[in-house]
Ligand binder design. Sequence first.
Ligand code: SAM
Length: 385
Amino acid sequence: MSTYVRFRHFGRIGTHMHSVFAARNVGRYKSSKPEDSQEGNPLLKYLTMKITATGPITVAEYMREVLTNPLKGYYMHHDMLGEHGDFVTSPEISQIFGELIGIWCVSEWISGGKSKSLNLVELGPGRGSLMSDILRVFSQFKHLLNTCDISIHLVEVSPKLSEIQALNLTEKSTDAKYEDRSSCYKMGITKTGLPINWYYNIQDVPSGYTFYIAHEFFDALPIHILQKIQDEWREVLIDVDPEIQHKLRFVLGSSSSHIAKTFIKGFRSHQLHNVLLAPGTADLTADVDFNFLKRMIGNYVSFLGPITQSEFLRNMGIDLRLKVLLENAKDATTQQHLIKSYDVLMNPNKMGKRFQFFSLFPHSRLEQTSNVKYPIAGFTELETS
Ligand SMILES: C[S@@+](CC[C@H](N)C(=O)[O-])C[C@H]1O[C@@H](n2cnc3c(N)ncnc32)[C@H](O)[C@@H]1O
């Protein structure tokens, strides 16, 4: 099987964009998850009806339905993150993670010339923990940032998660009136006093000097899967199994598929797991193919990375931050918790090596770096497109 990663969210790349993306390399960091039965699964019923009516669907369409179907999509109506959810992400494990990203943003803002305004955009912010830790750092650097007009923009498709984000990040937020929803669907003021808005689509985020942050986001976006049969690329589709009730199966599309014609280059091989069981009840992810991203965007922007999470966090000073937190910790239990969280983030057998950091900049930013005047924090290896 071969896959490529869709990257429709790059539509707005402009010269004022600095961004840091972190993505899983292989597999989410799971907490335990009970199996759900096929029978009675409403999304399966809906997909079966749809496929029976209009024919097999692409894996991308399947992923989109399973993850973001408004009624039963996996992300839409429950909180799957954290210790009691289905998987744990780095910002949920330790405050240090978001704090170091906050410092990265402040450092980039300074190196980029202390712009008078800054849009901080997060794609798929989960519970809002990463943004909350970043904003705490911004407050600590208030004396520097007070010349800058900062606004926060969250791109989030899930009504449930956007509610949790609003609770975590604001004292009070309001839903936009239905007729105004062409831009943002929720708005408020953060607990640190900054304007914050929510959007369904990245295209709706206002333009300007912008930092984009995406953590475990690209791997949640729909992908197409292609398979090479002799010399021909065919798209893998999902169909109803004619032999077994309540069961979907993979089939091969015709060679004339638009995707098969357009995207035959440099794919990576993947094994398929049984992602067709109980749609909407479990997470679906795809490995992010950074080399593909680099090839597709290299002419437009410069990039650094990918480097492993442990490299990035170490370069950002995680050891020093841990030391300070340990010194200030009130008791042994807090210290043990800090050490354990550090280990999960940094240990190469846990998240340290499995997760990658990748960063994109306007070409002009890295030209400055080659003069070694304003180095980019966190990335030691400098690689330009
Ligand atoms: C795996 S979670 C990561 C959450 C958070 N970044 C973290 O690391 O804890 C993916 C996030 O992306 C959101 N999401 C998934 N697909 C999306 C889409 N197409 N547009 C906007 N948000 C999306 C989910 O609702 C969720 O908030």
